[in-house]
Design a protein. Sequence first.
Length: 132
Amino acid sequence: MVITGLSPDGDTSALRSALTEAGLSLDPLQVIQPGDSDESVAHGIAGAEILTSDGGAGVPGINTGNRRVVFFRNESMSDRLGDLEIPDSEVDNYIEALQRGRTVVAYFAKPDTLEQVEAIFRNAQLLNVRRY
């Protein structure tokens, strides 16, 4: 199961400290910041210089200028939130929260630590703490 919450300011230091003090690993902690790309598009420079190290074969008007091109596209934000076991019916609410500047925080808890993690999330002042 996963415990989720929203950080109004993106500061997860108190949450991290509380989890550590409780003897819980930080490995299951996931943080999605509002600045994280919605599509996680990776860019690279394409131009004449990719043909040879000395500038390549520039053709005026075709490849003499550097331009950014998309090499690949990673999963969308809704896919990423879905990986956190957030139901499809709730994903739009989380995307909207990210757009309003909130940070989504999630922790994959074991059955015997669910209550403890949920209490730690609430004590760390996270908003809309949910269990999925």
